[in-house]
Design a binder for this molecule. Structure first.
Ligand code: TLP
Length: 347
């Protein structure tokens, strides 16, 4: 049975072209800065994102952590969303390892933070207060349905940050999904930001890795922090080679995943046992819920779908997330819609 894995785009396997590139990659000691393939990937990434420099890191989590530690000292404060991945799912690394204090603002359904909310929490110069140092946005905003944050909004937040002498970091784990959804170049989405992390190992299919981009001075600082975190990876060109293929071949096709997410959502919306907000599907994610009237819990649905070869992720007692990616084709979308129909109680 061929398994359809919709739990995340992190499950993507490397493409055949990536495996060839990995086998053939010239490598060196990246801690000495001597891995030509890592250097090539970093240069490509910096150029694509319109930044001076870039740093290959092991994961999105490490990219965000290194960025926030580079921007903030101990006791400094970062303003971020209450649904931000960094707040919810990065094991509290910024406070555990960096002593960075977080101020969480409510993410709006479109993934943004309200500007007046941001302005309200920027601290005055008062010895009682932590020093506000950084604002972080996430694009696409995973827990807001994979919403894409616009160039215009990002610019306004960038201007606000500048006016208050703050830095702006973007967790752009899926920045190329955002770019495809909004039909703008990724570099335009991060232009107002001082730093951005993006992931090679999600919709872009590389097996491992993310890239942190920013000014040369910032990346110099982040490079030392990556070393402190144990992220100096030696002959990492083996991994970076797949990242180069990801940037060359996978960025342009990512919109296909969005079209399939729309199809999947539309098919599931016809199922009376499911609640799907079609309007909320903006990129490669479909969030939904099993209607209480079915009497089914999500864990039961997950188990039944699993038997049919469809893997989905529960996000709550009745809610779920489905993520489309390169290895989910049109037929997989149809099969998934049929599998849900089979699992839901009839009539
Ligand atoms: N997200 C994963 C899980 O951790 C939830 C997923 O399946 O979506 N930023 C964002 C917006 C992310 O969605 C993720 C991973 C990360 C950062 C962290 O990336 P990794 O897993 O490479 O550390």
């Amino acid at each position: 049975m061929q398994v359809i894995d919709l739990r995340s785009d992190t499950v993507t396997q490397p493409t055949p072209a990536m495996r060839v590139a990995m086998a053939e990659a010239p490598v060196g000691d990246d801690v000495y800065g001597e891995d030509p393939t890592v250097n090539q990937l970093q240069e490509m990434a910096a150029t694509m994102l319109g930044k001076e420099a870039a740093l290959f890191v092991s994961s999105g989590t490490m990219g965000n952590l290194a960025a926030i530690l580079a921007h903030c000292g101990r006791g400094d404060e970062v303003i971020l969303g209450n649904l931000a991945h960094t707040f919810l799912y990065e094991a509290g690394g910024i406070s555990a390892l960096g002593g960075v204090h977080s101020c969480q603002l409510m993410n709006q359904p479109d993934g943004t933070l309200r500007l007046e909310d941001i302005e309200k929490v920027i601290r005055p110069d008062d010895a009682h207060d932590p020093i506000t140092r950084l604002i972080t946005l996430e694009n696409t905003q995973n827990r807001c349905g994979g919403a894409a944050i616009s160039v215009e909004y990002t610019q306004v937040v960038g201007d606000l940050a500048k006016a208050h002498d703050l830095q702006l970091h973007i967790d752009g784990a899926r920045i190329f999904n955002a770019a495809a959804a909004l039909e703008v170049p990724a570099r335009a989405l991060v232009e107002p930001a001082d730093s951005v992390t993006f992931c090679l190992s999600k919709g872009l299919c590389a097996p491992v890795g993310s890239v942190l981009c920013g000014s040369a001075e910032f990346i110099h600082k982040a490079h030392r922090i990556r070393k402190q975190l144990g992220g100096g990876m030696r002959q990492a060109g083996i991994l970076a080679a797949a990242g180069i293929v990801a940037l060359e071949e996978m960025v342009a096709r990512i919109g296909e995943d969005h079209a399939r997410a729309q199809k999947l959502a539309a098919g599931l919306a016809e199922n009376p046992g499911l609640q799907i907000d079609l309007e909320a599907v903006k990129s490669n994610m479909v969030y939904g819920a099993v209607d209480a009237s079915t009497g089914l819990t999500m864990s039961a649905v997950v188990a039944k779908l699993d038997e049919l070869g469809v893997k989905v992720g529960a996000t709550g007692e009745r809610s779920f997330r489905l993520v489309t990616h390169y290895w989910v084709d049109d037929q997989a979308v149809e099969t998934t819609i049929r599998a849900f129909a089979e699992v839901m109680p009839k009539g």
